[in-house]
Design a binder for this molecule. Structure first.
Ligand SMILES: *[C@@H]1O[C@H](CO)[C@@H](O)[C@H](O)[C@H]1NC(C)=O
Length: 432
């Protein structure tokens, strides 16, 4: 058997041709026995860290023959491996089979094309796997089935199109899974089944048009779900079933036209919901009612024309509400009634014409109110009277022709007031 020779250089360059190899052997000096086709790459160790740089191998066969030596001293201490500035079509099998103490592998931007079915068979101690910015296109079933200690997997910024329905089987301890910035258009319904410990799932920047019902059903521990920048056009009442612990749901930049009134009902712990940049026009009055813990709701940049009186009736804990860049013409006082904790209200770039007298009456916590870019020509006297905490009021670019005396007089905390780009001809005494 050929002993694992030690090339004690950080940069073991790509397998050279024979004369070059001889030269390299002479130069390096510490190579003990290397036969053509069999190379050992040893890393620089800094405590637990093992760095392997400049590994250039062209074919999977070449990689299969490579031996990775993480310099374990037999004491069984864990090793964190980083392979960088390298090009390898697959992950060297030897990394795990010869080094069972590898607890973390970072292999970013290394041209990895394929995860062979046996790659992680011996990765018994692996907890952290970072494979972002590679060229993976497929995740096969049972790709990680023996690496049961995995806690975090990052496969972001690859070219993944196909994810096997059982690609993540066996990952009983997984806490974070990132599949961001790939080309995944479809998820089979059991893809995430069994990931009972998962707390964060990133599926953003993919090509999903639809999500199968109950896709997330077993993810009772999930706290954050990132689905932004996909092509989702609808959500059903069964899309989010089972996500009873979810705090943050990001759906911005999709193509949502409709949302089933019951779609968010399972999300009773949700605190943050982002629906910015969709195609929403009509929202059923019950859409947000079950979200009693909601603190931030972003509906900016949609096509919303009107809001039902009771639309936010269940959201008494709301602190941030963004409705800017829609087509809202009219806001009834009932819409905002009860939002006692609201601090930040964004209504800029709509088509609001009138501020009703009682519109903001119960919004006593308000600190920022943005109304710029509307067509407001009338503000009823007393509209701002209860806003004792308001610090910023933006009325820029509206259609105000006069400002009634006393209208801002109750705003005892006001620091910034913007009223430029209106048609104000006279300021009545005591206006400011
Ligand atoms: C909202 O509209 C304004 C004015 O048209 C534009 O400048 C801004 O970028 C828009 N913001 C969003 C979030 O779409």
């Amino acid at each position: 058997m050929i002993s694992k020779s030690n090339i004690s250089v950080v940069s073991a360059r790509r397998v050279p041709r024979a004369p070059l190899l001889l030269l390299l052997l002479l130069l390096v000096g510490t190579v003990t026995a290397a036969l053509p086709g069999q190379f050992t790459f040893s890393c620089h160790r800094y405590g637990r860290e093992c760095k392997l740089w400049n590994l250039y191998l062209d074919t999977p066969d070449e990689v299969s023959e490579a031996i990775i030596n993480t310099g374990g001293d037999g004491s069984g201490s864990f090793v964190e491996v980083e392979i960088a500035y390298s090009s390898l079509p697959i992950i060297p099998q030897s990394l795990f089979s010869d080094n069972e103490n590898v607890v973390s592998l970072k292999m970013e931007d290394c041209d990895v094309e394929l995860l062979e079915s046996s790659t992680f068979d011996d990765a018994h101690e692996l907890k952290y796997l970072q494979l972002q910015k590679n060229h993976l296109t497929v995740l096969r079933d049972d790709a990680f089935v023996r690496a049961t200690k995995l806690l975090r997997i990052n496969l972001g910024s690859n070219r993944i199109v196909t994810v096997g329905e059982f690609a993540f089987r066996g990952l009983d301890n997984l806490e974070t899974l990132r599949l961001s910035r790939n080309k995944i258009a479809q998820f089979a319904s059991k893809t995430f089944a069994g990931l009972h410990q998962l707390t964060e799932l990133n599926l953003d920047h993919n090509h999903a048009e639809e999500l199968p019902d109950r896709l997330f059903e077993e993810l009772g521990q999930l706290r954050e779900l990132h689905l932004d920048h996909n092509y989702l056009s609808g959500l059903s009442r069964n899309t989010f079933l089972g996500l009873s612990g979810l705090r943050k749901l990001i759906l911005k930049e999709n193509e949502l036209v409709s949302i089933d009134p019951q779609a968010f009902a399972p999300l009773t712990a949700l605190t943050e919901l982002d629906l910015e940049g969709n195609n929403l026009k009509l929202l059923s009055p019950n859409t947000f009612v079950p979200l009693v813990h909601l603190r931030e709701l972003v509906l900016a940049d949609n096509y919303i024309e009107r809001l039902d009186d009771g639309i936010f009736a269940g959201n008494v804990n709301l602190e941030i509400l963004k409705l800017n860049n829609n087509s809202i013409e009219e806001l009834q006082p009932a819409v905002l009634a009860g939002l006692k904790n609201l601090e930040d209200l964004a209504l800029q770039h709509n088509e609001i014409r009138v501020l009703e007298k009682n519109l903001l009456k119960s919004a006593t916590s308000l600190r920022v109110l943005q109304l710029e870019g509307n067509v407001i020509h009338k503000i009823a006297p007393g509209t701002f009277d209860t806003l004792k905490r308001l610090e910023t009021l933006d009325l820029e670019d509206n259609s105000l022709s006069s400002i009634e005396g006393g209208i801002f007089s109750g705003l005892s905390s006001l620091e910034k007031l913007y009223i430029n780009e209106n048609q104000i001809e006279e300021l009545k005494a005591g206006s400011l």
